[in-house]
Ligand binder design. Structure first.
Ligand SMILES: N[C@@H](CCC(=O)N[C@@H](CS)C(=O)NCC(=O)O)C(=O)O
Length: 306
């Protein structure tokens, strides 16, 4: 295994990880799969990220990419062919992904927790209550149950939009070829189908189900299991790549904090290595893994001087 290999830190049932696995399939990539716990603590992940605990995280050597928006942008930069933006659709694909990752995901998750929350262990509920800091009813099934009828309505409206995209311009969300928009819209529906079957509206949309099967058929590329310790060794023995993004308000060397604005509000501290409109990169010197560069998207994160 060489240090430049693509390493994904994830767990099988994570919808956001499924978004990245679909992108691996679309691009036909070879990658290493490191399974992380689905709740805190994550002792084999936070030495890499400096405290960020959300899943998935992409690691390439000592470069650590947080959040699927940036993970997919980085995969596109390094492995452009076949593209995630097949028809100069960058703006449209990113806007659709923004809707899918927030509105469609929150509705889907609410439906699963509201209907099936009792099947999840109490430790997971406690973890997610802290993780969301009270937003989304703390993903508490008791509080979410009365919201199920309204969530069902929302979910059905979302399905109608997706169905229209496919029947008016398919076979994929933006047309003839699969794109980032497909990976983003797919993951919340994959989560609903996996947890609740097709009874919550999906069976009324054969075009959506057929599209889901087309996305599943893209596969996940070629993933090989890697031990969490081995991934830490990779970071320890590699040096981060040079960053050339310097067009931003933050000059190189400024101490910064980076914090998600939607959920999982853990702050990461580091020294600015570069930033632009799309991303911010900070350098950390970690006692376990040495120097690492942690990359975040600007969307969905608050950046401030430390
Ligand atoms: N905006 C983030 C969202 C990531 C996210 O919320 N992931 C969920 C899992 S699907 C998570 O981290 N849950 C808590 C955990 O796994 O500890 C992204 O696109 O990566």
């Amino acid at each position: 295994m060489v240090a430049r290999d693509i390493i994904l830190h994830h767990y099988p049932r994570s919808p956001f990880a499924e978004k990245v696995r679909v992108a691996f399939g679309l691009k036909g990539l070879r990658w290493c799969s490191v399974e992380q716990p689905r709740m805190a603590p994550k002792p084999h992940l936070v030495p890499l990220t400096g405290g960020y605990r959300r899943i998935p995280v992409l690691q390439i050597g000592a470069d650590i990419y947080c959040d699927t928006r940036l993970i997919l942008a980085e995969l596109e930069r390094r492995f452009p062919d076949p593209p995630l933006y097949p028809y100069e659709t960058r703006g449209r694909a990113d806007m659709i992904a923004g809707w899918a990752d927030q509105a469609l995901f929150a509705t889907s998750l609410g439906l699963v927790f509201g209907l099936n929350g009792d099947r999840f262990p109490s430790e997971l509920h406690a973890d997610r209550a802290a993780f969301t800091a009270g937003k989304f009813d703390g993903w508490d099934s008791e509080k979410m149950r009365p919201r199920v009828p309204s969530l069902r309505d929302q979910f059905r409206s979302h399905l109608m939009w997706i169905d229209c995209c496919l029947t008016e311009g398919g076979p994929f969300i933006l047309g003839e070829k699969p794109s980032l928009a497909d990976a983003a819209v797919y993951h919340p529906l994959w989560y609903v189908r996996g947890n609740l079957g097709e009874g919550e509206g999906l069976s009324d949309h054969p075009a959506v189900l057929a599209w889901m099967d087309r996305i599943a058929a893209l596969g996940h590329g070629n993933g090989e299991t890697m031990a969490p310790d081995a991934a830490l060794d990779v970071a320890r023995t590699a040096a981060p790549e040079t960053v050339d993004d310097t067009a931003s308000e933050w000059s190189i060397g400024t101490p910064l904090t980076v914090t998600p604005t939607d959920w999982g509000f853990d702050t990461v501290k580091g020294i600015c290595l570069g930033a632009n409109r799309e991303r911010v990169v900070i350098r950390r010197d970690d006692p376990e893994v040495g120097v690492a560069a942690v990359h975040f998207p600007r969307i969905g994160f608050a950046v401030a001087a430390a």
